[in-house]
Each structure stands twice: as structure tokens, then as C-alpha cells.
Design a protein around this ligand. Structure first.
Ligand code: GLU
Length: 424
């Protein structure tokens, strides 16, 4: 069997397109078939090479490798030849320079692998343009010619193409070529229940990459948009998903995109990822943010990432939670500052910073010991100082354990931040 993903490079790789690519790819991989990538760039004004590059990069990032690659703009001679054939056989006619298919007046039945039988009455089908007067083929014609010539056995695509399918079926028939099987995938709805669009959230795969989703987590989530491995399983490795995958099990009903669920799945993948790889994934984000230079202490980074790994829904969460470890300028959460950094804390901060100067080694055990002594001397509850000190050091009301935080910051930064806090 042979399937294809056939994007038009008139925009970015969309979440819906990525799911179509994924289901085609999974079907090919689960059946030992071939997965073709065909760039449908026949619309020369709307197609852009940068979109085409972006689509290829997106598929590569998701790990959806193709076995064969085509660009329709390199195949215009083939479409012209087939249009010519239909003209000669009287199945098409010219209108000016355009070539138009004479649509037979008959009912067309489509047996869809997901939706069952769909019947199109003859009134719904009009003569169809095959070649436009500018010499370029229409989508329906180049698509039908290619699916037939490339030996596509199953056309798996979005349900927005259902109305094109009877036209394409009549084109294969007119050309005397094999009609493939069809499966039309359900729509993906955004949070407001309408078709997913920029209005309701990010739609480009590259946006999800930039938000810090792991490709395997996004792939895992995309496969749940219309399909389910059963037993309420949500996190599933690709090899077991491939064993269970079947087109017939895809839902007819629209799938609802949930950012919360995607984040939850991403969090599970981040937890399971080896820390070394997680660091490799985080480094570009940290560099882009100016948190790391060309040279950096990888061992220290590994140590920090290990502490945060269990708490991250996305890679960019790390930038927000651990920013105080990478930049001199700490960003204070306004409520945390107002609540905890009040003038009455100054004496405690002062005493603590003086004592910490003598802590040696500056580790979690020693800093905790010093902290306990100071709290006792001041005669306050340790909670009365823990939270304010955390805010002074990190800018945040919640975070790692306080003594872990001090150790990661090191003696100088810990003391400087306490001094800066009581100076204010
Ligand atoms: N180029 C079409 C699109 O991007 C392909 C549809 C199909 O798979 O036939 O929507």
C-alpha cells in the first residue's frame, strides 16, 4: 500500500496538516507501505518556497520521514499530456485556453473508510476545470492524476476535501485509471468549538516547537485527535501505537483540541526524558533568552535541570521558573514582593546574610544550620523567614527547597540578593 501527504505550500504546517501527515505515516508504517510527500505547489502565486521549507522542517522535527518526494510544479508537462488525452477522447473540451471535463450525469458513490457510504447526486456535480487558461492545472486534476500515477492506494485527508472527492473519482474514471480508497479525517475544533484557527490558539507546528513541546509529545497528542489506542491510554509509545493503529477505528466526530491535555502529555514526556537530552533541548532556548553564552557549565546545568525536571509542562516553563539562576536581574512577582518583602524583614535578612558569609562549605546542610540558628535567635517561626528569603533570592513565592536554591545560587549571589532586599 502507498499513501501520501499532499500539502499546499501556501501557509505554515498547521496542526491539522500535521495530524493528516501523521495518520498517513502511521498507516504506512503499520502496514509496511510507502509514505509519499507531495508538495502541491501548482498555484504559482500563492505557493511560497519558504512555506515549503517550513513544512519539510516541521515534518522532520516530528520525525515523519517520507520515502518518496515530489513537487507538482515540476510535473506540469504530465498534467498537460493527460488533459490533451481527455480532449482528444472528447471527454473534455476547451473554453478559451482552459480545458474542462465533461461531467457525466450520474450518481457517484464514495465508500469512505471512516464515514461509510456517501452518495453524490448528479445535480451536485458540474463540469470541472482541469487546466486553467494560464496553463496551470487545478488542484483536483493534478491531485487525481498524481494519486493514480504514483500508485496511491489510500487517500487519507481532511474532511474538508469530501466535496472534491466525487470530482476526482470522475477524473480517474475518465482517464481510465484506478480509483484509490478514501478516508476523510474529522475536523479539529478549537477551544471555542469552532474549527481550530489562529483566533483560538496557535495553529502552526513551529509555534508548538517554540512553546517548548517535545516532538514525540506533540505526535502522541496528535494521534489522539480522532483515534484512541483504547483502555483510556493516553501516553503511548509509537511502536505500540503502530501495532494498534487502524483507519477504521478513527472517529467520525470532530476532535477537540485541548491545550491542557497536550501540556499534560508533554509533562509526562519531559519526566521520562534522559536529563542529558533534556539539557540538549533546553540549551537553544536558554541561549536565545540570553541565559547562556557560548561557554557554559554543563554539569551545573544538569544539576539544575534535574531539580526542575518533574515540574515542567513545557521547556519554556524552565525559563520562567529558573530565570533567577541565569540572570543577574531578578524579576519579582509583584504580589510576592508586596506580601513578603516588607521593611520588618530587614533585620532578619541582615543577620542571615552576615552569618551565611561564614558558612563553609556553602551547601544545603550548612545553610540550613545557619538559617535555623538565626530563626532561633530572632525568636520567629522559620516560616516567617523562609518565604521572604525565597522571594528575595528568586523573585517568586514558590520554587525549589530554600537551601537547594541557596546552594545553586552560591554564596556571593545569595548574600548580594539578601543585602539588596534589605537595602530597599
Ligand atoms: N493540497 C491539498 C491541501 O493541502 C491536498 C488535499 C489532499 O490531500 O488531496 O489541502
Amino acid at each position: 500500500m502507498k499513501v501520501r501527504f499532499a500539502p499546499s505550500p501556501t501557509g505554515y504546517l498547521h496542526i491539522g496538516g500535521a495530524r493528516t501527515a501523521l495518520f498517513n505515516w502511521m498507516y504506512a508504517r503499520s502496514q509496511g507501505g510507502t509514505f509519499i510527500l507531495r508538495i502541491e505547489d501548482t498555484d504559482l502565486t500563492r505557493s511560497k518556497p519558504e512555506f515549503s521549507d517550513e513544512i519539510l522542517k516541521g515534518l522532520e522535527w516530528l520525525g515523519l520521514k517520507w520515502d518518496e518526494f515530489y513537487r507538482q510544479s515540476e510535473r506540469f508537462a504530465i498534467y498537460r499530456e493527460y488533459a490533451e488525452k481527455l480532449l482528444q477522447e472528447g471527454k473534455a473540451y476547451n473554453e478559451g485556453r482552459a480545458v474542462i471535463l465533461r461531467m457525466p450525469e450520474e450518481t457517484v458513490k464514495l465508500f469512505d473508510m471512516i464515514r461509510g457510504e456517501i452518495v453524490f447526486e448528479p445535480e451536485a456535480l458540474k463540469d470541472e476545470v482541469l487546466m486553467k487558461s494560464d496553463g496551470t492545472p487545478t488542484y483536483n486534476f493534478s491531485c487525481a492524476v498524481d494519486d493514480a500515477l504514483m500508485g496511491i492506494t489510500h487517500v487519507i485527508r481532511g474532511e474538508d476535501h469530501i466535496s472534491n472527492t466525487p470530482k476526482q473519482i470522475q477524473m480517474y474514471k475518465a482517464l481510465g485509471l484506478n480509483v484509490p480508497k478514501f478516508a476523510h479525517l474529522p475536523l479539529i475544533l478549537g477551544s471555542d468549538g469552532t474549527r481550530m484557527s489562529k483566533r483560538t490558539g496557535a495553529v502552526a507546528v513551529s509555534d508548538y516547537q517554540a512553546m517548548g513541546f517535545l516532538p514525540e509529545a506533540l505526535v502522541n497528542y496528535l494521534m489522539l485527535l480522532g483515534w484512541s489506542p483504547g483502555d483510556n491510554q493516553e501516553v503511548i509509545k509509537m511502536d505500540s501505537a503502530l501495532k494498534k493503529f487502524s483507519i477504521k477505528k478513527i472517529n467520525k466526530a470532530a476532535a477537540m483540541f485541548s491545550m491542557d491535555k497536550l501540556k499534560w502529555i508533554n509533562q509526562q514526556y519531559i519526566k521520562q526524558t534522559a536529563v542529558e537530552r533534556l539539557v540538549d533541548l533546553l540549551v537553544p532556548f536558554l541561549k536565545a533568552k540570553g541565559f547562556l553564552g557560548e561557554q557554559y557549565d554543563r554539569q551545573r546545568l544538569i544539576q539544575i535541570v534535574k531539580l526542575y525536571q518533574g515540574r515542567l509542562a513545557t521547556l519554556t516553563d524552565f525559563l520562567e521558573r529558573a530565570d533567577y539562576l541565569f540572570s543577574e536581574q531578578i524579576h519579582f512577582e509583584p504580589e510576592a514582593r508586596n506580601q513578603f518583602l516588607t521593611p520588618d524583614k530587614a533585620p532578619g535578612f541582615q543577620r542571615l546574610s552576615e552569618r551565611l558569609r561564614r558558612a563553609d562549605p556553602f551547601d544545603a546542610v550548612q545553610t540550613e544550620k545557619v538559617f535555623r540558628e538565626v530563626v532561633e535567635e530572632l525568636g520567629v517561626e522559620s516560616g516567617a523567614l523562609v518565604h521572604p528569603v525565597r522571594v528575595a533570592l528568586t523573585g517568586k513565592a514558590v520554587g525549589l527547597g530554600l537551601f537547594e536554591t541557596m546552594t545553586l545560587l552560591g554564596k556571593e549571589k545569595t548574600i548580594t540578593r539578601l543585602e539588596q532586599a534589605f537595602a530597599k
